[in-house]
Write a protein of this length. Structure first.
Length: 251
């Protein structure tokens, strides 16, 4: 089940106003141009910002997400009519062939179980055309980003159109090996409603990610930095392994 921040309608409606700067998506739009992609699969599209951006640039975009509330927001955005929206699980993609598949933000880290992550990668491989690529980001566990997920560092009070002032903050609730759990709180001042969203992310190292891609029949072409978060993220670029290529792990 998707986290409440994406699945609860009242929280999905304020997701974009609380995080209006999506300059992190510029790198994905640039890579779509760099790789000459004409068709894109946006996995875990959320409220659809990237999907609409790419569609308005003339790309054929299929966007999937398991959260109906987020998709409802996405479908109202400019350019949304040019996107094929699908309410679907990432491991059960509809039949398609694309030039580029992407997972932005924390999407790749929400698949905490090895079996779940492997199923997603296999589904992506089937969806890629012969020259297609998968691009996704994952936080470098060595940076221990979760140390910053405390109320004093994350507290904000934001005025949201139609919703009024909203207070929000994040509390770290658990770290167990490579699983990090946290709770985000939202206080709607107009009526006093308090909603929370509990999340868990899997922090995989670079070699572990490369091995998982290889096991799914994907080859790592390159691992880049996130331009807006240097040294904090792995940005993996992978493609389908050709029949004549040997299995390589630990990239």
């Amino acid at each position: 089940m998707p986290d409440a921040i994406f699945a609860e309608p009242r929280l999905a409606e304020i997701y974009d106003p609380l995080d209006p700067d999506r300059s992190d998506l510029d790198a994905y739009a640039a890579m779509a141009d760099e790789f000459g992609a004409r068709s894109v699969l946006d996995i875990g599209c959320g409220t659809g910002t990237l999907a609409c951006l790419l569609a308005e640039r003339g790309l054929e975009v299929t966007a999937i997400d398991p959260a109906l509330a987020s998709l409802a927001v996405a479908r109202r955005k400019p350019g949304a009519d040019r996107v094929r929206w699908r309410h679907a699980d990432a491991a059960r993609l509809p039949p398609l062939q694309v030039d580029l598949a992407v997972m932005t933000g924390n999407v790749a880290q929400v698949f905490v179980a090895d079996e779940e992550w492997a199923a997603v990668l296999r589904a992506v491989r089937r969806a890629l055309g012969s020259a297609g690529r998968l691009v996704f980001e994952s936080r470098d566990p060595a940076r221990q980003a979760w140390r910053e997920w405390t109320r004093d560092r994350t507290y904000r009070r934001v005025f949201v159109p139609d919703a009024g002032p909203v207070q929000t903050w994040t509390d770290l609730t658990g770290v167990e090996q490579n699983l990090v759990s946290f709770q985000t709180t939202f206080v709607f001042e107009r009526d006093g409603t308090v909603l929370t969203s509990d999340s868990t992310l899997r922090f995989r190292g670079r070699a572990e990610l490369a091995d998982s891609l290889a096991a799914a029949g994907l080859v790592v072409e390159e691992v880049r930095d996130a331009p807006d978060r240097p040294g904090r993220e792995f940005v993996f670029i992978a493609r389908r392994r050709r029949p004549d290529e040997a299995l390589a792990t630990g990239g």
